[in-house]
Ligand binder design. Structure first.
Ligand SMILES: Nc1nc2c(ncn2[C@@H]2O[C@H](COP(=O)(O)OP(=O)(O)O)[C@@H](O)[C@H]2O)c(=O)[nH]1
Ligand SMILES: [Mg+2]
Length: 367
């Protein structure tokens, strides 16, 4: 049954455990409701959790709220990101320089959104730790973008799983960033690292090698965070805030075109322990042209997937997930490839550079 629109203050203790976080403009309403419809159909525990849907700078219209509330079965909190967290330039930014950089970058066809100011506001907001109060009362969030979809049933309560297994961050797709978006970022990260005297985990206990090559240069790998299941306190922690503020003061969000996925990923790789990050292999997911699709037959069948496993991005040349899995299996002996599958996935459990086959699908036709 469709629910009535729910007011913000109607959230119970249990619902504060986790939320679905959507940041979108009002114009994305139709993509949004299709995505809500899809997630609620395919994530078995969706009705335990709340949709937090945020606009930038202004409230959503009553019409938007009414239509979105009618589609969703779960509770919804509508909110907006205050101007000072979105479009207000910090005083140390030279706006003319920012404008010139956008103009120059707009001519470089290699840089998506190179000339866009609003894209930079969005990336800086996510990078800043999403400090909007409405989100801060939750322990976990699942970031969801309008237009994305689940491609398999998710029969596991991912938030409970993360809580019981001490996971702080989960992803489905990883890939390489476009170098021209971040010409000076790594230099600044290195400066930060030499100044950061807080006891940092040793590189061998982290995913440092997920983001660096043998010369300790950035290899451009990052978790694609349009899908992101994470602890809210990762980002509002003093350590992350210091890291973000240090980078922010360099102006790179405006003078270059730093993406939040890269900022989040570099921090995670430097500061989280190897077993605190999970690759959600079994969550079939689509954003634009990229898919995460379980390749092995038992996971695909059990979770009633609708994606073509040959489209799975995990082992494609521009993916970094193979590297992630190798690092994780070297360090802790196993990977999290198959958490809901009772370990009956022989192909995937121990990733030793073997690319799991999806040939079972073509073989099926022969039977
Ligand atoms: N409210 C609001 N949300 C935005 C704006 N620009 C992007 N977003 C949201 O930020 C997320 C990422 O934006 P998107 O354009 O999909 O970036 P891409 O995935 O990097 O191509 C999506 O959830 C968008 O709905 C904006 O100007 N206002
Ligand atoms: Mg997107």
């Amino acid at each position: 049954m469709p629910t009535e629109p729910v007011e913000d203050n109607n959230i119970t203790e249990n619902q504060k455990f986790a939320c679905f976080l959507v940041v979108c403009p009002e114009t994305s309403m139709w993509e949004l409701i299709e995505t809500i419809f899809n997630y609620e159909q395919h994530f078995k525990y969706s009705n335990k959790y709340t949709w937090v849907i945020l606009n930038d700078e202004t409230e959503f219209s009553p019409k938007f709220k009414k239509i979105v509330s009618n589609v969703a079965h779960s509770k919804i909190e509508f909110g907006y990101i205050p101007k000072e967290q979105w479009s207000e330039y910090p005083s140390f930014i030279d706006r003319e320089r920012a404008q010139n950089s956008r103009l120059i970058m707009s001519k470089n066809k290699e840089i998506p959104y190179g000339g866009s100011e609003s894209y930079r506001f969005m990336c800086r907001y996510f990078s800043s730790g999403m400090l909007t109060p409405i989100l801060q009362k939750y322990r976990y969030y699942w970031r969801i973008e309008p237009g994305t979809s689940l491609q398999c049933d998710v029969n596991l309560d991912v938030f409970e799983y993360m809580e019981s297994n001490n996971k702080k961050y989960g992803f489905t797709i990883s890939l390489k960033e476009i170098p021209d978006t971040i010409p000076t970022l790594w230099k600044h990260v290195q400066e930060w690292l030499s100044a950061d005297t807080n006891n940092r985990p040793q590189a061998k206990d982290t995913f440092y090698r997920f983001i660096t090559d043998e010369h300790n240069e950035y290899n451009y790998c990052h978790f694609w965070n349009n899908f992101e299941i994470a602890r809210v306190d990762l980002w509002n922690s003093q350590r992350y805030q210091d890291f973000f503020n240090y980078l922010d003061r360099t102006g790179g969000f405006y003078y270059e075109r730093w993406g939040d996925a890269v900022i989040h990923s570099i921090y995670l790789a430097l500061y989280l322990k190897i077993d605190e990050i999970i690759f959600w292999n079994q969550i079939g997911y689509n954003h634009e042209m990229l898919y995460n699709c379980p390749r092995d037959e038992s996971t695909w069948m059990k979770n009633k997937c609708c994606c073509d496993p040959s489209n799975d991005f995990t082992y494609q040349p521009n993916s970094c997930t193979d590297l992630f899995l190798n690092l994780q299996s070297k360090q802790i002996g196993v990977t999290d490839l198959d958490v809901d599958n009772n370990n009956n996935n022989n192909n995937n459990n121990n990733n030793n550079n073997k690319i799991p086959s999806y040939r079972w699908w073509t073989d099926l036709e022969l039977k």
